[in-house]
Design a protein around this ligand. Structure first.
Ligand SMILES: Nc1nc2c(c(=O)[nH]1)N[C@H]1C(S)=C(S)[C@@H](COP(=O)(O)O)O[C@H]1N2
Ligand SMILES: [Mo]
Length: 293
């Protein structure tokens, strides 16, 4: 960089290098200022929309794009893929838990990402649609749940660290229903229609994956079944002691603290159990599908 930007009229190499460095620093400062001004002049709405690809996100992408590729996948991503493949090779132990904290350490979390959170949504008319694991060639088993039915299930609270791939994290208190408790009650994840009595030893005919999407299908995530049945995988309706707000995913959002924020889908509309690995919004854009940490 300094060599290329050496002003041609300077003969002293040290002075030239200093001039080059100063120029590079001015250029990066100018770029930063321009980015800040651009951000400031955007409307709140479009800022929210582009917020997901905000400064940290864009730098993240650049880092990925410039890293040496292995098998056509940027090096760092490939590493994560291999690591996750090791971790998720056919086990149902779920012994690893994310650290939990005292409730008093919970903080207000920023609002990040509004894909699938459009205005045309009536929380009062909301139903959770669950597509049961359908027998081969058999009819789809779809069941709908009201918010009250979800709230009637055993309540679980946890205070865990929420980590976003952009590099920030916040300790947050959550309350909701374990997905495994939902499946104890409602036998929708097995081919036979048998309930999962013990999440550590699910029946052999359990689906391999669960997919979730927003009611408008704009945002979607997929989890392997072992993550879905993890004791800290919650369908949440409360955050920091208050009902979830719409921007944080009301009426119901996913929290699964062994994975990054990209998996914590807000405003769940549909949950589907399947053997085909579900699409995932950020995985389609190049992030690791598992997004574990
Ligand atoms: N429906 C929906 N869910 C989403 C997103 C989104 O854009 N739309 N963004 C994800 C990302 S990247 C993060 S970091 C978290 C942020 O959750 P918060 O707004 O409650 O902090 O939501 C996740 N869930
Ligand atoms: Mo995120």
């Amino acid at each position: 960089m300094t060599n290329n930007t050496q002003p041609p009229h300077t003969s002293d190499p040290a002075a030239a290098a200093a001039a080059g460095a100063a120029e590079a620093s001015r250029a990066s400062q100018a770029a930063e200022t321009a980015a800040l001004q651009a951000a400031a002049s955007r409307s709140r709405r479009s800022f929210l929309i582009t917020g997901v690809l905000g400064a940290a996100g864009i730098f993240g992408w650049r880092w990925l794009a410039n890293a040496p590729a292995v098998d056509g996948i940027p090096g760092p991503l490939r590493k994560v893929l291999e690591f996750n493949a090791d971790l998720t090779n056919g086990y149902y132990k779920n012994t690893r838990l994310a650290p939990e904290f005292a409730k008093s350490r919970a903080q207000k979390i920023r609002f990040n990402g509004d894909v699938g959170l459009g205005d045309e949504f009536d929380p009062m008319a909301w139903r959770l649609r669950v597509q049961g694991y359908a027998p081969a060639g058999g009819p789809a088993r779809t069941q709908e749940f009201t918010f009250d039915q979800i709230k009637a299930l055993p309540r679980t609270e946890m205070t865990t660290e929420f980590k976003c791939v952009e590099g920030w994290s916040t300790i947050v208190s959550w309350a909701g229903v374990r997905l495994s408790d939902f499946l104890k009650q409602y036998p929708l994840a097995t081919r036979s229609g048998q309930a999962i009595a013990d999440p550590n030893q699910p029946p052999a005919d359990v689906a391999k994956y669960v997919g979730m999407h927003t009611p408008d299908e704009a945002y979607f995530v997929g989890l392997e079944m072992e993550s879905a049945l993890h004791p800290q995988t919650l369908l949440c309706y409360e955050m920091n002691g208050a009902p979830l707000t719409l921007e944080h995913g009301a009426p119901l959002r996913l929290v699964t603290p062994l994975k990054y924020g990209i998996k914590q889908i807000k405003r769940i509309g549909t949950i589907a159990f399947t053997d085909a690995r579900p699409d995932d919004y950020w995985a389609k854009l190049g992030y690791d599908w598992h997004a574990g940490h």
